[in-house]
Design a protein around this ligand. Structure first.
Ligand SMILES: [Zn+2]
Length: 141
């Protein structure tokens, strides 16, 4: 397992907050393209995807079609899907009990934005052995 740091650019952080803002009062969601290194996880790109949950204001379910397309596109690039992101409208930037129930993949990064349109914040976690561990987020200036 890599160091517990998620390396994110300022642009990617803006993109996450922008998606949370735009989708409000529904949850935004998508997958994180990145790579694993000695010093943690490096985000290459956030891929926002349609939330096809029955009640997108309370849950998220990522449309499987663009997920499959992304996995195909990443084949042989050295990049992988290292995690997912979603938002908690009017909620906290931390995993909910539903997130804990739904998390299956070990060493999978979860970026979660919580709040209201003008005041969203986010945290990153890694899921492993049944629990979420908070990651340090490194955003270079
Ligand atoms: Zn959630």
């Amino acid at each position: 397992m890599s160091g517990l740091v998620l390396h994110l650019s300022a642009n990617q952080a803006d993109r996450l907050l922008g998606a949370a803002y735009t989708c409000f009062p529904n949850e935004c969601c998508g997958l994180i393209e990145g790579r694993c290194a000695e010093d943690g996880w490096h985000v290459v790109q956030l891929h926002e995807m349609p939330n096809i949950a029955e009640d997108p204001s309370r849950h998220f379910l990522i449309d499987p079609q663009p997920q499959i397309e992304l996995l195909r596109r990443l084949r042989g690039t050295g990049h992988a899907v290292i995690g997912c992101f979603h938002s908690h409208p009017r909620g906290l930037a931390e995993p909910s009990t539903t997130d804990l129930e739904r998390a299956v993949d070990d060493d999978f990064v979860w970026l979660i934005a919580g709040g209201v349109p003008d005041d969203f914040s986010f945290n990153a976690y890694v899921f492993s052995s049944g629990t979420f561990t908070k990651l340090t987020i490194d955003i270079p200036k």
